[in-house]
Design a protein around this ligand. Structure first.
Ligand code: PHE
Length: 502
């Protein structure tokens, strides 16, 4: 299982548990995911929009007028641009169909309501929403310092249009261009895409908001005063902040930064986010009968593009929930953006994760519902508690199969990483399995769970058994219709993953 979104889709590399190794796929899988990953309403940065397109143009072989995606054996046209296909192409049309949805900009939708609330909190920040989810692999990974073997680059984790272009996996992909456009205080919200497992908190498309604030060196003396004022305001809030994140050898300040200044920047980041969290979650606390103050904790983390880095968790309904990742921006990012004289912080939060908590939305698929019984429950500026209109019965089907015989490692799918080397050899990956299930069943699939696996001692062959749980959000499913879906799923799995049903 990979780790991302509604839980936490952080691209951290090592955790508070002191993992000093490069983030391995397993560490990411075990995390609880969620950045699951933003416009003073509509697109407000034409500079950014143009730049995004300019960046893409050199790779294009032509332009057309079509707005929907069209595909042929050799190339696909998406949003009017043609992307030649190659060995990297792995984005199904069911995912491309999500590109125009832009839930973060759909008025009265919980994702947009939450975006607006955060934008209202950071009143003097520019709100930006990039025009397209298509970015270069350079923007998504290379210019942020992702190592060549980072698992996020693999075909099993990300959606590629081809070797050079992909659907962004996080809003950090726009950091460099946004700093380059001269923004010093900004919030950027967008849909992000990651191949993943299937359950109530994971969906291949989710929304993130990136926020950043930078100062030129001559503005930095003001920071101390600002921090003192913010600390005073926060002290008046019923908020318990547990901060076990100290700068340490494993989470250092940057060599070119004066540690005193970096400390003030980190402090400003913490004050800014604590006050935002209090604003969002405090409202909810105020409504509940629970008299305990809101608890927030800061934990050491690692991202390739920030140091020191942190994760923030809030204590909600008896458990710690990770809601965002953040840190002091790597100076290299600002250098790359042509603003080496600036220093500052950045954060990335998962809008679904927070919205599920705030609005009590139990299943991430609901965000995609076009049923008015869902949509009519929400309106701008308000955090309403979602009232389930009905829970239709689930229908599950188990699928046992033999995995294909091990391939030549060089041919194994998922072994390549864009711009880099190998990311681990595997011929069967659960994300590939889930992708096919999702492609056939759409939002009728609720969860896919591994319920058994074993190796035949004599033959050495591996077997797995998954439970596919089908349920519609809006109606009762007929058994025949589920059987038909399951048959199609099996057929595709046999053809594309070479599994052998048992
Ligand atoms: N982009 C990171 C992720 O998706 C989150 C992040 C954003 C971390 C900005 C630090 C700074 O995991």
């Amino acid at each position: 299982m990979t780790s991302q979104q509604a839980g936490s889709s952080l691209y951290r590399i090592c955790s508070r548990k002191g993992l000093s190794r490069i983030l391995c796929a397993e560490a990411r899988r075990q995390s609880t995911r969620g950045l699951s990953h933003a416009t003073r309403t509509s697109c407000s940065s034409s500079a950014i929009r143009t730049r995004t397109l300019d960046f893409r143009r050199p790779y294009l072989i032509g332009r057309g007028l079509a707005t929907r995606s069209e595909t042929s054996a050799a190339a696909q046209m998406i949003e009017g641009d043609i992307y030649p296909k190659d060995a990297w192409t792995n984005t199904p049309s069911s995912i491309l169909a999500k590109l125009p949805r832009r839930l973060h900009q759909q008025q009265n939708h919980p994702i947009s309501i939450l975006r607006n609330l955060i934008e209202a909190h950071f009143r003097d920040f520019s709100a930006i929403s990039p025009a397209s989810a298509i970015v270069t692999t350079h923007m998504n990974f290379d210019e942020l310092g992702f190592p060549a073997d980072h698992p996020g680059r693999s075909l099993t984790d990300s959606y590629y249009l081809n070797q050079t272009h992909m659907l962004r996996t996080h809003t950090s992909a726009h950091e460099v261009e946004t700093f380059r456009a001269g923004h010093d205080k900004w919030l950027l919200s967008a849909d992000v895409y990651r191949r993943d497992e299937i359950d109530s908190s994971h969906y291949p498309v989710f929304h993130q908001m990136e926020g950043a604030r930078v100062w030129t060196r001559d503005q930095l003396p003001e920071l101390k005063v600002l921090n003192a004022k913010m600390a005073e305001e926060l002290a008046a809030c019923p908020l318990v902040i547990e901060d076990i994140s100290i700068s340490s050898d494993s989470n250092p300040y940057q060599a070119q930064h004066d540690p005193e200044v970096a400390k003030e920047i980190a402090q400003n980041l913490k004050h800014s986010l604590n006050s935002m969290i209090f604003q969002l979650f405090g409202r909810l606390k105020a409504k509940s009968t629970d008299e305990e103050p809101l608890r927030v904790r800061w934990i050491e983390a690692f991202f390739p593009f920030t140091t020191p880095s942190y994760e923030v968790e809030v204590f909600f309904n008896g458990e710690w929930l990770e809601i965002l990742g953040c840190g002091v921006v790597q100076q290299k990012t600002l250098d790359n953006a042509g603003v080496p004289q600036k220093m500052g912080w950045a954060f990335g939060l998962g809008l679904e994760r927070i919205a599920m908590i705030l609005f009590s939305i139990p299943d991430i698929r609901l965000f995609w519902s076009e049923d008015t019984r869902f949509l009519r429950q929400f309106s701008e500026g308000q955090i309403n508690t979602f009232k389930p209109y009905s829970k239709y019965p689930p229908c599950y089907k188990d699928l046992s199969f033999w995995l294909p015989e091990e391939k030549n490692p060089k041919e194994a799918r998922g072994a390549k990483a864009a711009g880099g080397g190998m990311t681990g050899v595997q011929s069967f990956h659960e994300n590939d399995f889930c992708e096919i299930v999702r492609d056939v069943a759409g939002d009728l699939i609720e969860s896919v769970t591994l319920i058994d696996e074993f190796t035949n001692k004599k033959t050495g062959r591996n077997s797995k058994c998954y439970r596919l749980n089908y349920r519609s959000m809006d109606r009762s499913l007929l058994n025949e219709e589920v059987n038909a879906l399951q048959d199609q799923v099996i057929q595709r799995l046999v053809e594309e993953l070479q599994i052998e049903p048992r």
